[in-house]
Design a protein around this ligand. Structure first.
Ligand code: FMN
Length: 441
């Protein structure tokens, strides 16, 4: 993807009732909580802003690491509840014509045949606008919901993921694009010589195939991978069209992109076959002062425990037991041992001043997990240009959560998108009807 230098836009709308967004002024007003109208409106707004894609993440669990139980997470509504958002995709697709939809299914917990069939079917329903976020699932409490006693180690999860994604892509290719004849006169529905068995027998999966699905509009739905460890980067370089990346500065973005480019070439691909969408939190307004006021309002309502609950959820360590005055860097060994998002923790350590304490990171984590910008449209566009350049103009931005929905998404579309268009950074009309066509234009 990203054959052009267009800055592509996506927004993470996973669980936008959580991270205290249910409390944010302007969120969910006038909507049935978790009903379809809300998501239809979000989709229409994103399409007005000519976004490439809305994205749903997933981790099917109730966080229990902070304090050793789920009391705080449930009471405060942090990372809980977690509906399966898949049914929302056809709803949103019916409300739009061009917008794409990325959604998550785990390579650790779901069978590749199910994933391949579901995404090929969704590709038909959406008219070719769907992408699969292939994650290995590093959130500890999820394992027990899918029949595992403990979360398998990262190296096992990635070993399984390499086989999983290959099986999925082979299944998508098992029916040739011109296999379907629909020849009424001769009574031929499809040409069996163009439909192929897989007979895959692997370390983790046995799949006979073929996929009993008509080739979908994209043929191969978009594949997204968001791993930041060497194994994750390698998986992305082998198979993905897009990578989501949570780097916190221009230098580490450029390094990340250089590593990825090298891996892509090693796997016989072109660096422009894989675009990076850099995770960025944006707070904007008509003026810088208004944006700062909104940011203050947002941060003021974040409960003091929230960041520590999130840190525990992300890194698999109970931060309620770690003294607040401990330097964050001194907690690194505890996090490393857990093997849960270790690469993302290192990124925080590398980009924080050495004196940052656990308590201070807890206070700032919600707002500063990834790169963030507060400002008017011009300031946001200036920063987007810098980020886009640091990433080699090969991909774009995925807006992080922490916005009052739908209000702040609307502000972004009305204030920032026109400024990005004036600078020729983003499109002024959709190039095609499929997600792949739009990502490539
Ligand atoms: C924008 C973004 C979205 C992600 N979405 C999910 C998700 O929905 N489910 C999940 O289990 N992990 C998700 N992750 C985590 C990654 O899949 C990955 O595990 C993480 O970045 C750490 O990299 P590693 O697995 O290579 O150590 C996401 C990461 C990013 C940056």
């Amino acid at each position: 993807m990203a054959q052009s230098e267009t800055l592509h836009l996506a927004a993470d709308v996973s669980f936008i009732h959580t991270d205290h967004l249910w409390r944010t002024k302007g969120s969910w007003v006038g909507y049935q909580y978790y009903g379809p109208d809300f998501y239809e409106d979000i989709a229409r707004i994103a399409e007005r802003g000519l976004f490439d894609m809305l994205f749903f993440g997933d981790a099917a669990e109730t966080p229990e690491i902070y304090g050793g139980n789920f009391d705080a997470a449930v009471r405060l509504g942090i990372r809980w509840p977690k509906h399966d958002m898949m049914p929302m995709i056809p709803v949103m697709a019916r409300a739009t014509r061009h917008l794409g939809f990325g959604t998550t299914m785990s390579t650790t917990y779901h069978h590749p045949f199910h994933v391949a069939r579901l995404f090929a079917s969704l590709d038909h329903v959406t008219g070719g606008r769907v992408g699969w976020n292939a994650v290995t699932s590093a959130y500890k409490n999820e394992a027990a919901n899918w029949g595992f006693d403990t979360m398998p180690p990262a190296s096992d999860r990635y070993d399984r993921a390499r086989e999983h994604v290959k099986v999925v892509t082979d299944l998508w290719a098992s029916v040739e694009a011109d296999a379907i004849k629909l020849d009424r006169d001769n009574g031929v529905f499809a040409d069996p010589s163009k439909v192929h068995l897989l007979n895959h027998r692997g370390k983790y999966f046995n799949v006979r195939g073929p996929l009993p699905v008509i080739p979908s509009p994209q043929g191969r739905p978009i594949i997204i991978q968001a791993g930041q460890s060497p194994d994750g980067m390698d998986l992305a370089a082998r198979y993905a069209d897009l990578q989501f990346v949570a780097r916190r500065g221009l230098k580490s973005m450029a390094e990340h992109r250089a590593t990825l480019d090298k891996l892509l070439v090693q796997h016989g691909r072109d660096p422009r076959d894989l675009g990076c969408l850099w995770l960025t939190r944006v707070q904007t307004g008509h003026t810088e002062a208004e944006a700062r006021e909104k940011e203050k309002r947002f941060l003021d309502q974040v409960p003091p425990e929230a960041g520590l609950i999130e840190l525990s959820f992300h890194f698999g360590v109970d931060f309620s037991r770690i003294p607040g005055e401990m330097r964050l860097a001194d907690a690194a060994e505890l996090v490393r041992k857990e093997q849960v998002h270790w690469g993302s923790f290192l990124e925080i350590i590398d980009t924080e001043p050495p004196q940052t304490t656990v308590a201070e990171m807890g206070r700032r984590f919600i707002g500063e997990r990834a790169s963030h910008i507060v400002g008017d449209a011009k300031q946001i566009a200036d920063r987007f240009e810098e980020l886009h350049d640091a990433g080699g103009r090969n991909g774009g931005i995925i807006l992080s959560k922490s916005f009052a929905a739908p209000g702040m998404l609307r502000d972004f579309v009305e204030l920032v998108v026109p400024e990005l268009q004036r600078r020729g950074l983003v499109r002024t009309r959709y190039a095609g009807t499929t997600l792949r066509e739009n990502l490539n234009a």
